[in-house]
Structures are given as structure tokens and as C-alpha cells.
Design a protein around this ligand. Structure first.
Ligand code: ADP
Ligand code: ASP
Ligand code: MG
Length: 412
């Protein structure tokens, strides 16, 4: 018996017609002899709507209830997909996360998968079921509450199922026909890649390329899942889309493989904090406890024993960050004159394992941005990426300029 995992994202299940189309894709794979596990997202726009309702109801919401609300979109599409398959005379059944059960940590809003017992679904396959439809994005905590896996989490559900069931492949069906050198929606010259290395995909994903959730790539890398990204809007062959694979299986060797961006960033500066041992811990400890994902950090040169501390975080966590800093100040743990918030920034990054052996990538990046008069506010680097924080209004321009500067429209 060979199990295939197929994941359909929001646009691929956006209405009942699209669900019917996706069901037909699954039927093709059943006809080839696979037992199929279909992972579905909520209908496009649905999760955003649910998150909006939560925020409108309770700005500093209880994450358990956030999960109770936001997980519901996937329940609808899972049931509809199973019904559609049954209409096509394909034995199918739906599962919500808790029914599988998909066991997670209790980190509500961004829970990690701990285990996926396979018995329930395998027994059904033994009994003649052909397609198990599973609601993506959701699981159950040790306390028995519904959890969610973070935005884009259905990708991670899919890869985790592929690993747990030892699937022949994990196909991620989305609204683009593969992974590109950058988001094809903002750069017309973006080029589809036939293959991309796990490490590069991991960086691109974590730097904002939302085509795959970061954790899905991590899991695929760890459990050697054959991971493919392809379009649900075109007829497909077994070779279609982009294969995410080991570095050794790739011929291309551009210094830069791709450009990623993250639109919804915020830059916060604590003015005039004491420059003393322990100050960073006193600031970033409470931020972590409040669930703020701090990304870039810069500590300015100090003057008279005081310094400015700048950090970035996702825009929708600014309220939590301000709250945590005000409380730390009220407790007397830190002192600062002001907390200046800039919610109009974006992060643009270049990624490539080729950077390990090519010098001068950073200089080339800064030159390309300077030529477009884009001012850089914060810079961070690692072995295979360079990120800059810039004004959001220049984001698309910066992505296009970098794509040109590194010649990404042409294969190496
Ligand atoms: P789904 O709902 O199918 O999960 P997502 O919206 O989460 O789809 O992800 C697909 C989107 O990712 C594309 O529509 C595209 O705009 C965006 N994207 C960003 N970077 C890239 C990239 N490098 N290659 C392909 N798509 C990208
Ligand atoms: N529906 C969830 C989201 O929009 C999960 C997913 O689509 O992957 O984030
Ligand atoms: Mg997605």
C-alpha cells in the first residue's frame, strides 16, 4: 500500500467548485493505486476573517479561544471535501485534528506537533476507505484543548502526516505552479525553480516567502519527506512544480537563490535605557514571555551610560510589546524615556547557500538598494542570508532591484 499526501491551500478550496476540482485531482491519484490523505486549509480569506473577529472582540486575546475560533475554517472544508469525494463514489471520511488525534504542545497559536498516531486512519484504509480528509492547521493539546499551528500551518500538517505515514510524497497544491526566485506576484521576472535546497527554502520561508510554512520545511528536512509544490489550477504530471530536496541534488549554483520579503514588520526603539549588564535580558525576557517574536536587534552606541535599543517584531504584536515594556517599567525592572514605534517598515532578504563561497554579496545588495535611493534602517546577516529593514513603501522596488542585481531571471 502506498500513501500519498496531498495538501490544498486556501485558494484551492475557496468555494465548492474549487473543492470539486481538488477532489478530482485526488481521484486521479486514487486511480493510480494510492491511498490518499488530503489535508485542507480553510477557504481563502476565512482565517483572516476569523482572526479579525477575535481581535475586534479582545485585543489582547486569550490564545486558547483564538485557537477555538480560528481552527474552525478547516472543519468546513474538510467535511465538504469528504462529501464531494463520496459524491464521486470514492470512499472518503473527514477528520478534525483532535479526532486523528494530532497531538501538539500547548503553545496556543503556534503549537508544535508532538505525535500523530496512525492507527485510526490506517484501520479505515484497511476497511476500504480511499481518501482520508484531514483538517489542516489544528491539533489537540495535552490538556485536551484545540490548538493551531501558526499561520500557514496546514503545510506543516501535511508534511507531518507524510512523515508519520511514510508517504511516497507530499504534494502541496497552491495558487502558483511552484517555488520562484521571489514572489511572482510582485516581481514579473521571477523564475520558477525546478528544485530548491531544503536549507534555502527554510530561510526563504522564515524570511517571509509564505509559499511554505517554515516548520513544514524543517520537518521535511528532518524526516526526508519528498516535498513538492505545484499548482491546483493546471493539469499535472509527476514532474510538475518544484521539488524541495537536498543540496547535493541540485546543479544550479547562483550565489543568491532567491529574494524574500516580509511586509508586516514593525520597528520599536526604547529611548535612553541604562547601558548596564543585564539590560538586554531585562528587555527581551518580558517580550518573550508576552509571546512577542523579536527578530532584528540593534543596540546603539551609548552616551552618558544610556543607549537606545531597537528591535523589530511582527506588526500585530506591537500592542503586546508595548504592554510588556510598560509593565517592566512599572515594576522598575527597566527605565526608558520613550518607546518609539514605526509600523511602516518591511524586511527584504536575499538567500543562497552559494553565499558561503561567494564574497561581496552584502556589498552588492547595499549598492543595488543605494542605486534606488532606498534607505536601510537595520541589517542582519547569517551564513546564507542578508536581511534589511526598509520603509514599506519601497519594498516592491527593493525586491525587483535585488532580483535584477543578482541576475535571478536567468538560471546559473
Ligand atoms: P496557500 O493558500 O495555497 O497555502 P499561500 O498564499 O499560503 O497559499 O502561499 C502561496 C503564495 O506564496 C503565492 O500566491 C505567492 O504570492 C507567495 N509567494 C511568496 N514567495 C514566493 C516564492 N518565492 N515562490 C512562490 N510563491 C511565493
Ligand atoms: N488557514 C490557515 C491560515 O490561513 C492555515 C493554512 O491555510 O495553512 O493560516
Ligand atoms: Mg499557505
Amino acid at each position: 500500500m502506498s500513501i500519498l499526501v496531498m495538501k490544498f491551500g486556501g485558494t484551492s478550496v475557496a468555494n465548492v467548485d474549487r473543492i470539486a476540482r481538488a477532489a478530482k485531482r485526488a481521484a486521479v491519484e486514487v486511480a493510480k493505486g494510492h491511498d490518499v490523505i488530503v489535508i485542507v486549509s480553510a477557504m481563502a480569506g476565512e482565517t483572516n476573517k476569523l482572526v479579525g473577529w477575535v481581535q475586534d472582540t479582545s485585543p489582547l486575546y486569550d490564545a486558547r479561544e483564538y485557537d477555538a475560533v480560528t481552527s474552525s475554517g478547516e472543519n468546513v472544508t474538510a467535511g465538504l471535501m469528504a462529501l464531494r469525494l463520496q459524491e464521486m463514489d470514492i470512499p472518503a471520511r473527514s477528520w478534525q485534528g483532535w479526532q486523528v488525534p494530532l497531538l501538539t504542545t500547548s503553545a496556543h497559536g503556534s503549537a508544535r506537533i508532538e505525535a500523530i498516531p496512525t492507527e485510526n486512519i490506517l484501520r479505515k484504509f484497511d476497511e476500504g476507505m480511499k481518501v482520508a480528509v484531514v483538517a489542516g492547521f489544528q491539533g489537540i493539546s495535552p490538556e485536551g484543548r484545540i490548538t493551531t499551528l501558526g499561520r500557514g500551518g496546514s503545510d506543516t500538517t501535511a508534511v507531518a502526516f507524510a512523515a508519520a505515514f511514510d508517504a511516497v510524497r507530499c504534494d502541496i497544491y497552491t495558487d502558483v505552479d511552484g517555488v520562484y526566485t521571489t514572489d511572482p506576484r510582485i516581481c514579473a521576472k521571477a523564475r520558477k525553480l525546478d528544485r530548491i535546497a531544503f536549507e534555502e527554502m527554510l530561510e526563504l520561508a522564515s524570511l517571509g516567502a509564505k509559499v511554505l510554512q517554515t516548520r513544514s520545511v524543517e520537518l521535511a528536512m528532518r524526516y526526508k519527506v519528498k516535498l513538492r509544490v505545484l499548482s491546483s489550477f493546471e493539469e499535472q504530471t509527476d514532474e510538475a512544480g518544484t521539488l524541495v530536496c537536498d543540496e547535493e541534488d541540485i546543479m544550479e549554483s547562483n550565489a543568491v537563490a532567491g529574494v524574500a520579503y516580509s511586509r508586516d514588520e514593525a520597528k520599536l526603539t526604547l529611548m535612553a535605557v541604562a547601558d548596564r549588564p543585564g539590560i538586554a535580558a531585562a528587555i527581551f525576557g518580558p517580550l518573550a514571555e508576552a509571546g512577542v517574536n523579536v527578530d532584528m536587534i540593534v543596540q546603539n552606541i551609548s552616551e552618558g551610560g544610556r543607549t537606545d535599543m531597537t528591535f523589530s517584531c511582527p506588526n500585530d504584536q506591537v500592542l503586546r510589546a508595548q504592554h510588556a515594556m510598560d509593565e517592566a517599567k512599572a515594576r522598575g525592572d527597566i527605565g526608558f524615556d520613550d518607546l518609539v514605534v514605526d509600523q511602516g517598515v518591511a524586511k527584504v532578504s536575499v538567500v543562497g547557500i552559494g553565499m558561503r563561497s561567494h564574497a561581496g554579496v552584502a556589498a552588492q545588495m547595499f549598492k543595488a538598494l543605494a542605486a534606488e535611493n532606498v534607505n536601510i534602517k537595520v541589517i542582519t546577516t547569517s551564513e546564507i542570508k542578508i536581511s534589511v529593514l526598509i520603509d514599506r513603501k519601497y519594498m516592491e522596488l527593493a525586491v525587483q532591484a535585488l532580483h535584477d542585481a543578482f541576475g535571478l531571471e536567468k538560471a546559473a
